[in-house]
Design a binder for this molecule. Structure first.
Ligand code: ADP
Ligand code: MG
Length: 496
């Protein structure tokens, strides 16, 4: 497959995922200008588009491209004209190759990954890091992609034990997982990890895979999200290729399946998973499962699956304490190759009480501001980056119910309707705005947000928030509404 064909496929996929407005605004005019070491370089028309893509859509784009290629692919954004003038490539030559200094302002996360010592790439296929020449291969959209002959284990090179911080909240899960990685198919089978969003379950699953491969390079290791498992299953059923599906999954030595809660309620998927699971288990293979709750708390999980899970080892990951948040921030700083000032680390660690993903997000916002404004990393800058919308201060004062009330009064709808079952446009829109604002303005979890809105499922909440986030990019009326409600909340909070 050629790079530009790949990008066409990604665009096709994104067109389905995004609203038309968002797609036209941010993606329609992008192109792929390089593909090297599983990093795709994508050119946007200007800095604003590139930073919006980075901030808002990189996750979905990486997922789309990874799904198509069949292994984790990272995406970095460049600005077409900037890259061209910084490079020696003749005009028209599509030459946005590697311009690290320029890219750094657009892709802080990716740059940090690049800055990581080569030892963190754990794939056994490349001992000692990556020795393939980079510069020798000028990027071009005609470039042939190395789409086969690479491992299909689905492991993300970022998620390894080396950068997994251990603290009180994950000590047991960490120790147990190491034992699983070192003795796959041993006594901890299946190994079931559970805990809230952003607490390191996915990271741990990948780390197990990397470590097991380090120790047993011939092991057949596969990481899948339960979504991918389900999709593969559905595809196999449609194409009448169940034999292949079974053969593929049942020859795996170490299968990690993430977010199993998503298959709850899907009977045929659970059924097939149960058979896959039994086949592996009886063959002495290792199964590792993650979920947002312990097996007994997953409603609509087939009883026999539940008891299978409970027959293995169950470990939970909890909220990180202050010390752990500090250590995580320092670690991220090291990956970046900078020592973050102590006061910045302290500020971020004490401010953010919640999950690790948010701690990282806060740090990313700070780094992004520092890089785009070319200012040094100081406490002032950190505070500016994190409080320009005064979120930190308001969060502790704003309760989910305040948000529901403000949204209801702003749109002139009844609170009971927001919490009710009605699905008309007039209610669904405000309800999603309420989800979004609760997420932004209170410390509420997805589950708590769902509860505040009449016991809605957390995945519904997640989709609602994602929808508003997408629409905010293009819908000026929505933006004005959200701003006005924020104002109202803010004045209310200030009076208290
Ligand atoms: P979950 O799957 O539980 O939602 P993730 O594994 O995706 O959470 O973690 C969210 C982010 O936090 C990831 O970027 C991950 O690398 C980071 N992270 C989570 N736990 C740790 C940890 N103990 N040490 C360092 N980084 C962590
Ligand atoms: Mg996860």
């Amino acid at each position: 497959m050629q790079a530009h064909q790949l990008w066409q496929a990604v665009l096709g996929d994104m067109q389905v995922r995004l609203s038309k407005g968002a797609f036209d605004n941010w993606l329609r005019h992008t192109s792929i200008v390089g593909f090297e070491d599983d990093v795709a370089t994508v050119a946007a028309a200007n800095t604003f588009s590139a930073s919006t893509l980075q901030a808002r859509y990189v996750g979905q784009i990486e997922q789309a491209i990874s799904d198509i290629v069949g292994r984790p692919i990272q995406v970095r954004f460049v600005v077409q004209h900037t890259a061209l003038e910084a490079d020696d490539t003749p005009p028209g030559g599509n030459g946005a190759r590697s311009v690290p200094g320029r890219h750094a302002t657009l892709a802080p996360r990716k740059e940090r990954e690049r800055a990581r010592p080569s030892g963190t790439e754990r794939s056994p296929a490349r001992p000692g890091g990556d020795h393939r020449p980079r510069a020798a291969q000028p990027a071009s959209s005609e470039q042939q992609l190395p789409l086969s002959s690479t491992p299909t284990h689905g492991l993300n090179p970022r998620y390894v034990y080396e950068n997994y911080v251990v603290g009180a909240s994950n000590r047991f899960a960490h120790a147990a997982s190491l034992s699983v990685a070192e003795h796959p198919g041993g006594k901890f089978n299946p190994f079931f990890v559970h805990g809230g969003v952003g607490l390191g379950k996915t990271h741990l699953l990948h780390a197990i895979g990397h470590r097991a491969l380090d120790l047993w390079p011939d092991l057949s290791v596969t990481y899948v999200s339960s979504e991918k498992f389900t999709n593969d299953l559905i595809k196999a059923i449609r194409a009448q290729q169940m034999e292949e599906f079974r053969a593929r999954y049942r020859t795996i030595d170490l299968l990690m399946i993430d977010d199993i809660q998503f298959i709850a309620g899907k009977e045929s998927t659970q059924e097939e998973f149960f058979h896959t699971f039994n086949a592996l288990y009886q063959g002495g293979k290792q199964v590792v499962i993650s979920s947002d709750k312990p097996p007994k708390a997953i409603a609509a999980l087939a009883e026999r699956l539940r008891s299978r899970f409970e027959g293995g080892l169950i470990a939970d990951v909890g909220l990180p304490d202050y010390e752990m948040r500090t250590a995580i921030l320092r670690g991220k700083g090291e990956e970046l190759g900078t020592r973050l000032p102590d006061d910045v680390v302290e500020y971020v660690a004490q401010r953010d009480q919640s999950n690790i993903r948010e701690v990282e997000g806060a740090l990313n916002r700070i780094l992004f501001l520092a890089q785009t404004t070319e200012r040094p990393l100081t406490l002032d800058l950190a505070m500016e980056a994190l409080t320009d919308t005064a979120v930190g201060a308001r969060r502790s004062q704003t309760r989910p119910h305040d948000v529901v009330e403000s949204v209801a009064s702003h749109f002139g709808v009844a609170v009971k309707d927001l919490r009710g079952r009605g699905r008309t446009k007039e209610i669904v829109g405000p309800r999603q705005v309420a989800m979004y604002l609760m997420r932004e303005e209170t410390g509420a979890s997805l589950v708590e947000i769902g509860q505040a809105l009449g016991d809605r499922d957390h995945t519904t909440v997640m989709h609602g928030i994602a929808k508003i986030e997408r629409d905010l990019g293009t819908d000026t009326t929505l933006r004005a509404n959200v701003m006005a409600i924020r104002e109202a909340l803010f004045t209310k909070g200030g009076r208290r």
